[in-house]
Design a protein around this ligand. Structure first.
Ligand code: SF4
Length: 188
C-alpha cells in the first residue's frame, strides 16, 4: 500500500477514535468518576514517537489537550535540551496516557489521585487502538504507572536510563515529569 493511502487511513482511524474517546463515559457509569471528561487526542500529521503518561492533570482537564500543564512544559524542555528542533514535542510526538479523564485530587490531599486499575483497564482499549494505528517504533513511558504497565513492576532506578526492545518496538522509561520538575525547581 502506498504511504499516502496508509497515512489517510490512519488519519481517518484516529479521527474516528477521537470521537469515541470524547463520547466515553465508562468510568462515570461504573462509578469511578463523578464526571467523565475525556481529553480528545491531538491528531498530528506524522507522529514519530508516542509518549504515554499516567492520566490527565487538572490543567489538562481545563485546557483540553494532553500534557497542557507544567509537566508538559518540562517534557518539552527535555526535548529541547536533547537537541530536537524547536516545536518537535508538540508537532511530532503523539501524546497520550493510560487513562483519558482527570481522576481528581487525591483524598489524602497529596496531589492528583492516580487512576485505579479498573479505570486503566476500561481505558486500555483506546490506548491499544492508538498503538495499532500509529505503530510507533519508539514509545516513551512517563512515570512509574506507565512503565509498570508495559515493562512490569520494577524500581524506577532499574528502568530509567535504559531502553527496552520488545517485538521490534523500543520503550524508553522516563521519570514522572511533574515530580522531576519539582525536584529540579526545589533543588531536591
Ligand atoms: S478514563 Fe477512559 S474509559 Fe474512563 S471515562 Fe475517561 S475515556 Fe472513558
Amino acid at each position: 500500500m502506498c504511504r499516502e493511502i496508509a497515512l489517510t487511513r490512519r488519519a481517518a482511524g484516529l479521527e474516528a477514535l477521537a470521537g469515541e474517546v470524547v463520547a466515553c463515559r465508562a468510568c462515570e457509569v461504573a462509578g469511578y468518576l463523578t464526571r467523565a471528561h475525556p481529553i480528545r487526542p491531538t491528531l498530528i500529521d506524522d507522529p514519530r514517537l508516542m509518549l504515554i503518561g499516567q492520566a490527565p492533570g487538572a490543567l489538562t482537564d481545563r485546557k483540553g489537550y494532553h500534557f497542557a500543564g507544567p509537566a508538559g512544559r518540562f517534557l518539552e524542555s527535555w526535548f529541547d535540551q536533547a537537541g530536537f528542533p524547536p516545536g518537535y514535542f508538540r508537532e511530532h510526538v503523539y501524546l497520550t496516557s493510560l487513562t483519558r479523564c482527570f481522576p481528581g485530587k487525591s483524598p489524602a490531599g497529596n496531589g492528583d489521585r492516580p487512576p485505579s486499575k479498573a479505570e486503566i483497564a476500561l481505558c486500555h482499549r483506546f490506548l491499544e487502538r492508538e498503538l495499532q494505528l500509529i505503530q510507533p517504533k519508539v514509545v516513551l513511558l512517563v512515570g512509574k504507572m506507565a512503565i509498570d504497565a508495559f515493562l512490569g513492576k520494577h524500581p524506577l532506578t532499574d528502568t530509567v536510563g535504559r531502553v527496552f526492545k520488545i517485538e521490534q518496538r523500543l520503550y524508553v522509561p522516563l521519570p514522572h515529569a511533574e515530580l522531576a520538575r519539582l525536584r529540579v525547581e526545589l533543588g531536591l
